[in-house]
Design a binder for this molecule. Structure first.
Ligand SMILES: [Zn+2]
Length: 243
């Protein structure tokens, strides 16, 4: 196959644009923040499960507290009733019974108040532990939102680069002879497709060509399409090829 050196150089530009298109495509599909966002989502789920457990413990304590409070109310009502009856009782035996019951109600109330204090302390700790967990979740959410926004920016930039390179590629490919472009596209599946030979090195695979290969290239016509013996790319010769 023959192609002018200018067309061959345009082909290398097409290869460069194809590489940029691939990079931009990879970047827009895999923003570096994505993995961390996934980690944060998993972390939030774990934190939320723990929050549910802590809310459950706090609810239990609230229920316990309200049971104690209603027990206190029952004791108070009964003490008030007994005190009223004692005030109007003329029967000393009945009065003795009421006094003894009042004393036992007072002990009961004192026990209930001790228990109430203890539950209130635990409830305070439970409130603090719920608040701490909610703060952790809020922090995780904020981090996730920040990273998602960054990822969106990266994807938008990569998409813009992809679109620009795709437009440039289409315009440039239109100026390359169809048979040369087809040859490149066939080779580009497995290699750079087309690469400059600079200082005896193929820029497609970075291999230095042997003396024998270089001699063969020296003998090839200027408009002959030649190939890298290492990677198979179309090898484009320039003044600084080292031939
Ligand atoms: Zn090569």
């Amino acid at each position: 196959m023959n192609a002018s050196p200018a067309d061959q150089l345009r082909l290398v530009e097409v290869a460069g644009l194809d590489a940029r298109i691939r990079q931009a495509d990879h970047a827009r599909r895999n923003p570096p923040q994505a993995a961390r966002v996934q980690e944060l989502l998993a972390q939030r789920q774990t934190l939320s499960q723990e929050l549910t457990a802590r809310l459950g413990s706090r609810d239990d304590l609230r229920a316990e507290l309200s049971r104690i409070e209603s027990d206190v109310a029952v004791v108070d009502a009964r003490s008030a009733r007994d005190a009223g009856r004692l005030a109007t009782s003329s029967n000393s035996k009945e009065a003795q019974g009421l006094e003894s019951e009042l004393a036992s109600l007072a002990r009961r109330k004192s026990d209930l108040e001790d228990a109430e204090l203890e539950v209130m302390e635990r409830l305070e700790q439970a409130d603090a532990s719920v608040a701490a967990q909610e703060a952790l979740i809020a922090e995780t959410n904020a981090q996730g939102a920040e990273l998602s926004a960054e990822a969106k920016r990266v994807v938008a930039e990569a998409t813009a680069a992809f679109d620009a390179a795709t437009r440039d590629r289409a315009a440039l490919a239109g100026s390359v002879p169809a048979d040369l472009l087809a040859e490149y596209e066939k080779l580009a599946v497995r290699s750079a497709g087309a690469a400059i030979l600079r200082a005896r090195t193929c820029e497609g695979c970075n291999m230095v060509l042997s003396g024998t290969d270089l001699n063969a290239l020296r003998q090839a016509a200027e408009d002959a399409v030649v190939y890298c013996p290492e990677c198979g790319s179309i090898l484009v010769r320039t003044y600084d090829s080292g031939l």
